[in-house]
Design a protein around this ligand. Sequence first.
Ligand code: AHM
Ligand code: MG
Length: 338
Amino acid sequence: MSDIKTLGEFIVDNQHDFPHASGELSSLLGSIKLAAKIVNREINKAGLVDITGAAGVENIQGEVQQKLDVYANNKFKAALAARDQVCGVASEEEDDLVAFTNENNLNAKYVVLMDPLDGSSNIDVNVSVGTIFSIYRRVSPVGTPATKADFLQPGNRQVAAGYIIYGSSTMLVYSTGNGVHGFTYDPSLGVFCLSHESLQIPTDGKIYSINEGNYIRFPNGVKKYIKYCQENVPEDNRPYTSRYIGSLVSDFHRNLLKGGIYLYPSTASHPQGKLRLLYECNPMAFLIEQAGGKASDGRRRILDIEPTELHQRVPFFVGSSEMVDKVEAFLEQYPDRV
Ligand code: AHM
Ligand code: MG
């Protein structure tokens, strides 16, 4: 038998990476792994919706079917609460933070922020979606309920972050600040197997990912960058390639492996950008920096932004470092909007 390493084994082997490790973060990552498998199973069945009943409709057992993003939120929340390592969560699916009040949870050290099912509008058409998560040490005293301050920490204080991509294969990709590692799910064994150790994004790339339908509403610097990508004729005599799935995790994952940039700038309808700083941009920024890339709001390092609100939005440029540098240079040169 070949030497397969499972995610569980890898986490235990690398536990010494964390200062004062006592197994809590490993256990926490284990609960994310478990919820990922449950959500993966449900997503795989999504195409059967006409047979099993749509969201909001009662199924044969008399249960009301949940929307998948609500389902994913509940499963991740339950898995995180059950292992006693987390004192609270914040989620795209929750208006406010959720503080766990069980005594063991009150004594837990960590909080988790998540987008339980990003790009969920893609499910109906069988396109890849993802889960994004971000982990911090709490700043409030152990033994008390989690507070907003535990969640409003800048991204540079993340202890770990990652995503699950429910794609043609399901993968879990994460970092605890010692490189980025990817694990591919083997459904026959029910385990995530190490498939991409120490991922590094190429410093430059030829793929740009942006919703060009918003073109006329983009800042001038972004328009100039898009034109640069279209007109630029690199050595192989081709312009850059445009690839946009409309599912951040999938676009990010492809660009991480191949080299590229994902852009969600401010637009007229989303003057602060569309993506959420705390549970979409920060975890992806943490991962990309760990992989040797860069994440910016056009001027500032994403990880250095001091958050003020749970659901705060931010313009987002993430990917190969030279590509992000180029966008920043255009935005500096053309600072006006129209
Ligand atoms: P969601 O959290 O409501 O799913 O929105 C986030 C998603 C990203 O996954 C994706 O990159 C982006 O929104 C697509 O937005 P648009 O349709 O405006 O291009
Ligand atoms: Mg989202």
